[in-house]
Design a protein around this ligand. Structure first.
Ligand SMILES: Cc1ncc(COP(=O)(O)O)c(C=O)c1O
Length: 381
């Protein structure tokens, strides 16, 4: 078996000589049970309760964000953030062709349509050059709004994503978009704890979001967070995600169609216990990535390491195979051996609901889609 040494390496890494090794499983060895019990004891298990505010405060502290709103998942966080920066019906939003489907779906929930541009080969995130080219060649200005030449629609936001936790070239993207007055919403679902030039991912644009899904670096079971340094955007997110209800001790006054997106106290209690362990998880992730890096050092297989100037959370380790056949061989051999490796997402423009979307060449997207394999990356304790 060609990948026998890799299989043995992963089994050794996880101290699991036999049986399955998941791609990413959570570890609950901190205060999870205690906080869940506490939450149940208070009787406040839904969206009112102390853990929700506590989780928001913890995220503000660890990211330095002025505002954090806890919501039911990362998808709803993206939806609310996009609405709060002004994305609406008939708009267009630039994002990357290589991402999880939620990135594009959140755009559609706003009544807008996604534009899929290429990723670059270092971070696998949105390519700033692709954004610059598209804005220069395919848009015009009308009433101070950047509009798409072909459709006349307004480009209302740009959503770069930090793939597998590796920071994309976010500073360049924000700079280019600001020249066109386009707000940036960072899909940092996978990048809690990652930094670019010392600054936390999620805080470069107008708003950013994290996911606390069960497969993320920190989980609340299901959950998400919108972060922003713009308190007006933060207030709008809070309002929209709490059914657009005017704050009042007992009156029900809603001024627009809002969303019941507030995180539950049960989820937040789990999230608080997990977030207490973030630094420990981050150092374990780095150690796992370093071991993978060493394993692939003299191999033709490229292990993806953090781009220069960034500090990745190494949420998910990835390798790039030389071609699709090699990728398929690695996937087949490892999965047959009970090691859960996975290909990257199908590029979004190939999904039936996005097949007519505006795109650029998506050259790197197609190249990487054929070659990326994600490797088991759970923390061990
Ligand atoms: C890039 C990206 N965006 C958005 C999401 C959506 O997050 P959630 O699953 O919490 O809705 C995820 C993960 O699941 C993701 O990986």
């Amino acid at each position: 078996m060609e990948h026998g040494p890799l299989i043995n390496f992963i089994r050794d890494l996880y101290g699991t000589p036999k049986g399955e090794i998941p791609l990413h499983a959570p570890v609950f060895k901190g205060n999870e049970k205690e906080y869940l019990q506490k939450c149940i004891d208070t009787g406040y298990v839904s969206s009112i309760g102390e853990f929700v505010g506590q989780l928001e405060a913890m995220v503000r502290t660890c990211t330095g964000a002025a505002h954090a709103s806890a919501v039911v998942n990362g998808t709803s966080a993206l939806h609310a953030a996009l609405l709060a920066v002004g994305v609406g019906k008939g708009d267009m939003v630039i994002t990357q062709g290589l991402s999880f489907v939620a990135t594009a779906n959140a755009v559609v929930y706003c009544g807008a349509e996604p534009i899929f541009l290429d990723v670059e080969n270092q971070s696998f995130g949105l390519d700033p050059q692709a954004v610059a080219d598209f804005l220069e060649n395919s848009t015009y200005f009308h009433n101070h709004r950047c509009c798409h030449i072909q459709t006349g629609k307004r480009i209302a936001a740009c959503v770069p994503m930090h793939t597998f936790g590796h920071p994309c070239k976010i500073e360049q993207i924000v700079e280019i978009c600001s020249e066109y007055s386009i707000p940036v919403v960072e899909d940092a679902a996978e990048a809690l704890g990652s930094r670019s030039n010392g600054k936390p991912c999620g805080l470069f644009g107008a708003a950013g979001i994290f996911s606390f899904n069960g497969n993320k670096i920190v989980t609340s079971g299901g959950g998400g967070m919108v972060v922003t340094n713009d308190l007006k955007i933060g207030a709008k997110v809070r309002y929209l995600t709490t059914t657009a209800k005017k704050p009042h001790p007992y009156l029900y006054e809603h001024t627009e169609v809002g969303y019941n997106y507030r995180m539950s106290n049960i989820n937040a209690s789990l999230g608080c216990a997990q977030l207490e362990r973030l630094d420990d998880f981050l150092s374990q992730k780095r150690e796992i990535a370093t071991r993978y890096q060493k394993f692939f050092e003299n191999s033709t297989i490229r292990h993806m390491s953090e781009p220069a100037g960034t500090h990745s959370n190494y949420w998910l380790n990835a390798v790039i195979m030389s071609n699709r056949q090699e990728r398929d061989k690695l996937l087949a051999e490892t999965n047959q051996a009970g090691i859960f490796t996975r290909p990257v997402w199908t590029p979004l423009n190939r999904l039936p609901m996005y097949k007519d979307a505006v795109t650029d060449s998506l050259e790197q997207t197609d190249y990487l889609a054929d070659r990326i394999v994600n490797l088991p990356s759970s923390v061990r304790s």
